[in-house]
Write a protein that binds this ligand. Structure first.
Ligand SMILES: [Ca+2]
Ligand SMILES: [Ca+2]
Length: 212
């Protein structure tokens, strides 16, 4: 399917939408309620909003409605072995982009995981990329991809990502992101016709910080 605009434009539109949402609620960049909620207390903070969902360009007969409902990737893990599954299928090579309003994704500055992907069913590889905030976008230099995202690496088949390790060359204060994009790595993993690609149950930010 042809894209209506380049990936970099799409990324920037998401940042603008996120910032407008924050200002619309509060009328200011800071939100005291957000400061209360976006606190790293060890429990993590789960994605709250779907920003984009583009499953495989190849249509598939979904196992159930929830298998193609990106809302099932929000909140705490709740996937089940029988329908409704509570997890969304990316399709072969598909993408899912999630936000964490009223928080941004931060890091703890140590080797502890900062982001955890809760996948359901067979483990299928995904590429994880982070959308900078309006503030951090200009601080990232060469780690920022042409599509406006920063790809982060983890051990093969890992679900825990230490953003600090991947971005050690940029200042800790610049390691703050507005959204997480997951892209299924096509042509690997189990062949599951009605739930193709990675099946995402939840995405957890271990260090949520108030939007600013
Ligand atoms: Ca870390
Ligand atoms: Ca879920």
């Amino acid at each position: 399917m042809p894209r209506s605009c380049p990936d970099s434009d799409r990324a920037w539109r998401l940042v603008v939408a996120l910032m407008m949402g924050a200002c619309g609620r509060t009328g200011s960049a800071f939100d005291s309620a957000a400061e209360d909620r976006c606190t790293a207390d060890g429990d993590g903070f789960f994605a709250t909003v779907v920003l984009d969902y583009e499953p495989s360009v190849i249509d598939f007969a979904a196992a159930d409605d929830e298998a193609v409902d990106p809302q099932t990737a929000l909140g705490a893990p709740d996937a089940r072995p029988t329908p409704p599954l509570g997890a969304v299928s990316l399709g072969e090579g598909g993408t899912l982009t999630l936000g964490f309003s009223p928080c941004f994704v931060g890091t703890d500055g140590t080797s502890a995981p900062d982001l955890v992907i809760h996948e359901f069913g067979y483990s299928e590889r995904t590429t994880v990329a982070l959308l900078p905030t309006d503030r951090t976008r200009v601080l990232l230099g060469s780690v920022l991809g042409v599509d406006g995202y920063v790809v982060i690496e983890g051990p093969p088949d890992s679900v825990d990502f230490d953003i600090d390790a991947t971005l050690s060359e940029i200042p800790p204060d610049a390691r703050e992101f507005a959204a997480v994009r997951l892209r299924d790595v096509a042509e690997q993993g189990e062949n599951t016709a009605d739930t193709p690609g990675a099946d995402i149950d939840a995405v957890e930010a271990m260090v949520p910080v108030p939007q600013r």
